[in-house]
Design a protein around this ligand. Sequence first.
Ligand code: ADP
Ligand code: MG
Length: 221
Amino acid sequence: MSAFQADSQQLILALSKGRIFEDTLPLLEAAGITVTENPETSRKLILPTNDPNVRVLIVRATDVPTYVQHGAADFGVAGKDVLLEHGGEGLYQPIDLHIAECRMSVAVRNGFDYETAVRQGARLRVATKFVETARAHFAKKGVHVDLIKLYGSMELAPLVGLSDAIVDVVSTGNTLRANDLKEVEAIMDISSRLIVNQAALKMKRERLQPILEAFERASKK
Ligand code: ADP
Ligand code: MG
């Protein structure tokens, strides 16, 4: 347990800005918790709530599991995409919140014949932030790939010849279309999950349980 939380009844929730923050707000409301500052306009990284014992950490989406794993946050919300890359060590994952729903897909440039390339056993260059998921997917298909790790703007890679394909999360496909790319294979459905630090689950069960139950009720729509 970190010094930050020592001897404290404080509950710390880790969230990322954007879609996950916005989709988590109604779930927090269902648990009687209102975040009293907006992360889009505030420069604060620790946001207060109407409950003096509950605070929200604003971190990068990929860092949420790390904060929760190490107990710097008691609980958090993270996409399945991020959790698969992280591995889930030290995390209890009780609830699929059905928020930030999208899918993990393979996409290529319009005009690139993915099916033929795969059938002919071509070695594919695949750019992605999700190397573990991509590795597992192509291994299962028996397709040889060279994985190129990127941290953002994956859509650019096929356009400039960095890769033949990308593995990325897609919802409407608008970003792909705007960049002359097409989705050629869906890998898995993605949604965000509640994650809880395993020690916090035992030590702070009384405080956490009502919130987890409210989240579960509010997310079953
Ligand atoms: P970052 O830009 O830091 O990678 P995002 O805010 O784009 O983070 O995504 C955070 C999480 O939201 C992802 O881990 C994923 O689970 C989900 N997500 C990303 N893109 C979409 C989308 N287009 N539609 C729905 N959910 C998405
Ligand atoms: Mg993004």
